[in-house]
Design a protein around this ligand. Structure first.
Ligand code: WTA
Length: 639
């Protein structure tokens, strides 16, 4: 497979970009011609951002797995689709060819069909990074069931909320997951989650760790037993079901500025085209190359750049089960060496964390196969960028800094590896089809270069969020109501003298901790569930490795002698309600919170105090009790 729409030169980029803005419909129609459709579209795009309504390739019938699997069988049947590297390097790796993946996806699709899963049913997938996670995801897409993958680090309560919100009918999980030296008992988390109200009919359980599990009669089914039944039926063919272009492909929950995570909805045709187009162009993938994205499939990066982007392009994608620092901090470098990885895509937080181990973990690892490096998830600081460039890329690999979001489906602002210019800590230029603009506090567009403002996007692209599941109004309010006729990203951004974009971080109450999006309101809700907590306020502060750390100000209902055990209890509460990723790094017990007379917490002040930057607190005269500020500063100093 070659990619006629792969941009080869900076001039071609400029020409394509121009064309995509002048005549977007024609532009995307031509790209869409390169996919396999069961029926072609009647219209390329119908849209308004008021409702919002965005419909790409309306009237078309398509199945994304036909594009990820079937269409490669003539030319790539025996090539590796997925290379799976286990947590423990002593365990055998697995190579799954396109032919085998095609077979296994249909086998599991049969399991789903045999157990009553229908088109449109929501299937929650809560598994470790095993190939069966990709197989289950694709099997859902094969039969038109809507997958909702939940990251393995979320707690029972967080899962229960998501299962309820999506009204999931089925769950796919593992007995346990391997994460470094730890085993996480996933099935027991699901059991706990399913004690809340739900409509789940079956839980499919893959054996991975042999962790003992309780199987509930009639509800719980072993993956292997169900596969056996399919084998006994003679492995019937499961044709790729005809999906309407705008039928939902998946829901993925993400955090926003309210306490409740929202189910971002992506649909079939537009997402497929966008995941593929961005994969092929940003990474400049060449047939035969090995692509290694270190994200978890529980996040959008895993959806788009482990599964759908690479597989739709007939690429070989590496799926890694473990963590970068176990058994030692050379794990990623081992994998690059072992499989001669060409493209390596990770998060700045991982780079910073690995930097702290020095250069020794790279000794005797051959990284010379690398051609392209990438980062995603948070702004990359220049120091990390240069370290990555020098020690991993040997100053020989372009680094793509890809800015995007769960809601955008794929990369939006990024250099194209080796084709368009790069600049440390800059996401650089928009992809074709993307019209970024910067907006000031009054909602006015800021024109020209050397300016900064709130980042918005003017026109739909194929991978844009379509809705928030079961609550379209929330989608409108969150993304399309702040500024008229614009999609609002929630990020601040500057445009330099050359028109290059640099993302400066969130402007809303969303934190970015180790590349994970976490809403401050969510963490506050969780902290407040501890019986001794009256009120709390959570802010981010700069953290050397995580990018942002979580700082919690907490008001207790009484004085406690043993604060350290109380701290442990509160952290445990947050782990139970959300998951360990949301645990605050610092907790400060305070007598009150700085509020305006109307009762609004002045987070700006809390952020400054958390950062230790107290010389310039700005105007505090509007506070209900300005003297509180000095008390907090004093407490922070003693902390
Ligand atoms: C941030 C991850 C700077 C940003 C794909 C965005 C980035 C949020 C970058 C989305 C980048 C992502 N440079 N910031 N290259 N990439 N972000 O939904 O704040 O998990 O809004 O999607 O991460 O996080 P999400």
């Amino acid at each position: 497979m070659n990619y006629p729409y792969q941009i080869q030169t900076f001039e071609a980029y400029k020409a394509q970009y121009q064309k995509s803005i002048e005549n977007p419909q024609d532009f995307w129609r031509q790209i869409a011609e390169h996919f396999t459709w069961q029926r072609k579209w009647d219209t390329v795009l119908e849209w308004n951002f008021k409702e919002p309504k965005v419909e790409w390739f309306k009237g078309a019938l398509v199945n994304i797995t036909e594009n990820c699997l079937d269409r490669h069988l003539d030319t790539k049947a025996n090539e590796a689709a997925i290379i799976w590297e286990p947590n423990d390097p002593k365990e055998a790796h697995r190579i799954i060819t396109y032919k085998e993946l095609h077979f296994r996806v249909q086998q599991f699709a049969n399991v789903l069909l045999n157990n009553g899963v229908k088109k449109g049913d929501r299937v929650c997938i809560y598994m470790g990074m095993v190939p069966e996670l990709a197989i289950a995801t694709l099997a859902c897409a094969r039969i038109g069931a809507i997958h909702s993958v939940i990251f393995g680090g979320f707690s029972a309560q967080a899962i229960a909320d998501r299962i309820q919100d999506a009204d999931a009918r089925f769950v796919v999980t593992c007995d346990g997951a391997c994460r470094g030296a730890k085993e996480i008992a996933l099935k027991s988390v699901i059991d706990e989650a399913l004690q809340s109200e739900n409509n789940v009919k079956h839980v499919f359980v893959l054996e991975r760790t042999k962790t003992p599990v309780k199987m509930q009669n009639n509800r719980d089914l072993w993956w292997a037993d169900e596969i056996k039944k399919v084998e006994q039926m003679g492995n019937p063919v499961v044709p790729p079901v005809a999906m309407g272009a705008e039928d939902i492909l998946f829901i993925l929950y993400t955090s926003g500025s309210t306490g409740k995570p929202k189910g971002v909805v992506h649909t079939t045709a537009g997402y497929m085209v966008w995941a593929n187009y961005t994969f092929v162009n940003v990474f400049q993938y060449q047939p035969g190359q090995i692509h290694f994205c270190t994200a978890d499939i529980g996040w959008i990066t895993g959806h788009s750049y482990i599964i759908y982007g690479p597989l739709s392009a007939g690429a070989t994608t590496v799926m890694f089960e473990g963590i970068p620092t176990w058994p030692d901090a050379g794990r990623f470098w081992d994998i690059i060496h072992k499989y001669k990885v060409d493209i390596f895509y990770t998060a700045p937080t991982a780079i910073r964390s690995l930097m702290s181990f020095g250069l020794e973990p790279m000794d005797s690892k051959d990284l010379s196969s690398l051609k392209v490096l990438g980062t995603v998830g948070e702004p990359i600081n220049e120091e990390a960028w240069h370290w990555y460039d020098e020690h991993i890329g040997n100053k020989n690999c372009p680094i793509v800094d890809t800015w995007w979001q769960t809601e955008t489906g794929g990369a939006m602002i990024s250099n194209l590896a080796g084709v368009t210019p790069s600049k440390p800590s800059y996401a650089t230029l928009p992809l074709p089809g993307i019209q970024p603009c910067l907006i000031d506090e009054n909602g006015k567009e800021i024109h020209g270069n050397g300016v900064s403002g709130n980042l918005c996007i003017k026109y739909p692209w194929p991978g844009i969020i379509r809705s928030t599941y079961n609550d379209h109004e929330r989608c409108r309010q969150t993304y399309f109501s702040t500024y008229e006729h614009l999609y609002f990203t929630g990020d601040g951004c500057l445009r330099d003298a050359d028109g290059m974009y640099r993302i400066t971080g969130r402007v809303d109450d969303v934190l970015n901790v180790s590349g994970h999006r976490i809403g401050t309101a969510e963490v506050e809700n969780a902290i407040n569930m501890h019986p001794s907590v009256i009120e709390s306020a959570v802010v981010g502060y700069p953290h050397e490795i995580k990018g942002q750390g979580i700082f919690a100000y907490i008001i207790l209902d009484q004085e406690f002698d043993n604060q350290s055990s109380l701290i442990q209890e509160i952290l445990k509460t947050v782990s139970t309600v959300i998951g360990p990723i949301a645990k605050p790094d610092q907790l400060l017990f305070v007598p009150g919170l700085p509020k305006t007379r109307s009762g609004k917490i002045m987070r700006r002040i809390l952020r400054k105090i958390a950062e230790g930057d107290t010389n310039n607190l700005g105007d505090t005269s509007t506070l209900l009790d300005p003297s509180l500020v000095d008390i907090l500063i004093e407490k922070k100093k003693l902390h």
